[in-house]
Ligand binder design. Structure first.
Ligand SMILES: [Zn+2]
Length: 70
């Protein structure tokens, strides 16, 4: 029913990973929109992962095919 909403919430932390300070719901919205938010408690910059794994996989495939050609 509300699967989409649950998944979106999971991608945004509800607390600062550095000091554990709880983020307000509007701070979580800002983090979701900007992909970055500065914790007001410890000034740690919280960044949302933008899935760099996809790029790494592509690079790995390229190097792998190079080895195969060799
Ligand atoms: Zn913090």
């Amino acid at each position: 029913m509300a699967d989409k909403d649950i998944k979106e919430d999971e991608s945004v932390p509800d607390a600062c990973p550095h000091c554990g300070n709880k983020l307000s719901s509007w701070q979580q919205v800002l983090l979701k929109v900007d992909r970055a938010l500065v914790c007001k408690n410890c000034w740690y910059r919280i960044l949302l992962d933008v899935r760099p794994k996809d790029d790494n996989e592509k690079k790995d495939l390229k190097t792998n095919s190079k080895d195969e050609v060799k």
